[in-house]
Design a protein around this ligand. Structure first.
Ligand SMILES: NC(=O)c1ccc[n+]([C@@H]2O[C@H](COP(=O)([O-])OP(=O)(O)OC[C@H]3O[C@@H](n4cnc5c(N)ncnc54)[C@H](OP(=O)(O)O)[C@@H]3O)[C@@H](O)[C@H]2O)c1
Length: 349
């Protein structure tokens, strides 16, 4: 055998093995995401929605809802406004926010809702948003980190991070840290200011390697938008637990919890593959939860008097539920917290 053939053949075999491995992993991530989604949907259909009554008035309170103009976020904004809160809808498009505000005011005449521009794909936009909010001198009692993207094709943000990681997790972590001091000073007498992070049941199937968390993702078959979404939702949970521990150690008057809102009929599914989008549309209409009901389960965590001292918990259907074994590993929580701070260019204490 010629020398050239001796070196080219093993290289060809090893790169073929790599391609096959990546394709198998890709398919596995797709299957895992749909299986956990189907199981969660069946459980949701079998379980009764928890009745939520008598949430207290939120007048004289201020809330920020990211992605508050559509989907679940719209109903969170609307329900908080109808409880009397001043609501800041933090989203990308003014026209969309204006429509949402008009709809909210139609149903709730005294609603106090305003728009402030926020693009979570840009740390600069997050910093500008926080500076603008802080310049109003309004207090901040509730921060709902709701906005999210799912199954977006590969893409990097202007800050150089994979999109799911930045939009769903990193930018919300940055926003929380920029507003924490304001929340601390706004906490009501004998109570707490509350951060609610919207995670998802799909965190259960995330494959997560903290070593590669901060690395640039390759744009090839080894990139899985299915795992990128699930991993971002796991990162949110891990960060929530680590942050809660720190807040408690500091004797802070801020609490932080995470929520799975349900399997909900919203625009989040617009990136599902065309081959199943028709079936998905039918399933959504027939079986998925309404965004109104999902919004209520988030607003419950943000306002219920029963949860005044609750922090570091994960909720679904207005009940504390267990999260995945991986999410409960303190070492992984600390690792993700530290890496998140490094990625945001902050100190981690
Ligand atoms: N629907 C479900 O079944 C389900 C299940 C579990 C968890 N969740 C979670 O629930 C949350 C709300 O989702 P949804 O179902 O209401 O979906 P949705 O209708 O697609 O709403 C997502 C929101 O996020 C906003 N958003 C996306 N990219 C953004 C960016 N770069 N900067 C600022 N805002 C951005 C969107 O605003 P634009 O209009 O500007 O794009 C929109 O308001 C997400 O975190 C999602 O992961 C949903």
């Amino acid at each position: 055998m010629a020398v050239e053939e001796q070196t080219i053949l093993p290289q060809f075999v090893s790169s073929s093995v790599q391609v096959v491995r990546n394709i198998v992993l890709y398919v596995l991530y797709v299957i895992k995401l749909y299986v956990i989604g189907a199981i969660a949907l069946i459980c949701q259909l079998l379980e009764k929605s928890a009745p939520v009554r008598g949430l207290p008035s939120q007048s004289s309170r201020t809330a920020i809802v990211t992605g508050g103009a559509c989907g679940i976020g719209f109903h969170i904004s609307k329900q908080l406004a109808s409880l009397g809160a001043t609501v800041v809808i933090a989203c990308r498009h003014k026209a969309e926010a204006d429509d949402a505000i008009a709809k909210i005011k139609e149903d709730c005449h005294n609603a106090n809702v305003v728009f402030m521009q926020l693009d979570l794909a840009s740390f600069k936009s997050v910093r500008d948003f926080a500076a603008k909010f802080l310049s109003t001198k309004w207090p901040l009692h509730i921060l709902i980190n709701n906005a999210g993207i799912m199954l977006a094709p590969f893409g990097e943000t202007e800050d150089g991070f994979e999109r799911h990681v930045q939009v769903n997790h990193l930018s919300h972590a940055l926003l929380t840290s920029l507003l924490k001091k304001k929340m601390e000073s706004s906490a009501p007498e004998g109570g707490a200011a509350r951060v609610v992070n919207v995670s998802s049941v799909v965190h259960h199937v995330a494959s997560f390697d903290p070593k590669t968390f901060e690395e640039k993702q390759p744009h090839d078959w080894s990139y899985s938008p299915h795992n990128a979404y699930a991993a971002s939702k796991l990162a949110i949970l891990l960060y929530t637990y680590a942050l809660s521990r720190r807040l408690a150690e500091d004797g802070s008057k801020v609490t932080v919890n995470a929520v799975h809102p349900g399997i909900v009929n919203t625009g989040l599914y617009h990136n599902v593959h065309w081959s199943i989008s028709c079936l998905m549309d039918i399933l959504k209409e027939l079986f998925f939860m309404s965004p109104e009901q999902a919004g209520l389960s988030v607003v419950y965590v943000a306002t219920s008097p029963d949860l005044e001292e609750t922090s570091g918990c994960y909720f679904s259907n207005c009940q504390k539920v267990g999260s995945s074994t991986l999410s409960k590993l303190p070492s992984l929580q600390e690792d993700v917290y530290t890496k998140t701070c490094q990625m945001l260019g902050k100190k981690s204490n």
